[in-house]
Write a protein of this length. Structure first.
Length: 289
């Protein structure tokens, strides 16, 4: 009798595993199809309607604990970034609008170890309405949207924060690179922006670089020198200072070094020997639909 019960239990567990895998595969197939269609639809209203369906699927499945380890491997055209300490994950993409600007979308999956559960937060892009973004602390419903490609953890005493390195397509004339700061409450509520950046006399809560749409800018974390490194962007003529559409790289590098809880500007870095890092981002990341 006991052997029979054990056999039934093993069969039920096996069936449950098969069902879960089948469900995951079905969801992946649906999302793959939706993102494929999202790339081809030209009408912005239809595109946003389809995107709402994608958001509804992610909003449902990403709450499940098992989804935190699901790789969504067939979805090659969205960002899926796990923090180095495996505390949270970002699911990230964007849509281009008819005027050449972008809407950004992101879900934050935070794993609460104490409760062994996932806290899911959908971020809402409010970039157009945020004045002076380098000085704002923002919550999920007022997010400065970007496509993230790297997470850099830092620790101050017992509190963690994370630098998010990202790309923002800006508009028809200007592109941006963004260094934002993400921190969490004890229950996993995300907050963006923190007064941790020192640019000489300036203090910033996030860093936004603007430059010509024809230019590129390398921004990455360099393990060799333990700094966030970025190309120095300058106007092509001194008379065009402040006109970001005329800014490009002068082929020198600056960086941010973490010291006493702050990220401090270090200018004119020698990164010539860090070929691996310099070649890491040969072109800007973009998951644009």
């Amino acid at each position: 009798m006991l052997k029979r019960l054990l056999l039934i239990l093993m069969v039920l567990l096996s069936l449950e595993g098969i069902t879960q895998r089948a469900t995951s595969a079905s969801v992946d197939d649906t999302l793959f199809d939706y993102f494929k269609r999202l790339r081809t639809i030209q009408n912005i209203d239809k595109k946003l309607a389809l995107n709402d369906s994608i958001r509804a699927i992610f909003g449902r499945i990403l709450k499940e604990k098992d989804s935190f380890e699901h790789g969504f491997d067939t979805l090659k055209t969205i960002g899926k970034i796990l923090s180095p300490d495996e505390k949270f994950r970002l699911i990230n993409w964007n849509i281009i609008k008819p005027d050449g600007t972008y809407n950004y979308y992101c879900y934050v999956q935070f794993y609460n170890e104490d409760k062994d559960e996932i806290r899911l937060t959908e971020l809402h892009d409010a970039s157009d309405s945020i004045s002076d973004p380098e000085q704002q602390v923002l919550m999920a419903d007022q997010w400065y949207g970007a496509l993230y490609y790297e997470i850099v953890p830092a620790k101050v005493k017992r509190r963690n924060h994370y630098l998010l390195l990202g790309w923002d397509g800006g508009d028809l004339f200007v592109n941006r690179k963004v260094i934002d700061v993400l921190s969490f409450s004890s229950s996993g509520v995300p907050r963006f922006g923190k007064s941790v950046f020192k640019f000489k006399k300036d203090r910033k809560k996030r860093v936004v670089f603007e430059f010509s749409y024809m230019a590129t800018m390398r921004l990455f974390y360099d393990d060799d020198i333990d700094m966030v490194v970025f190309e120095h962007m300058t106007p092509i003529k001194p008379s065009l200072k402040g006109q970001k559409v005329a800014y490009g790289s002068d082929l020198t590098f600056d960086g941010l070094e973490f010291e006493d809880g702050k990220w401090i500007l270090r200018e004119n870095l020698d990164v010539k020997n860090s070929k691996k890092q310099l070649n890491k981002r040969k072109k800007d990341i973009s998951y644009t639909f």
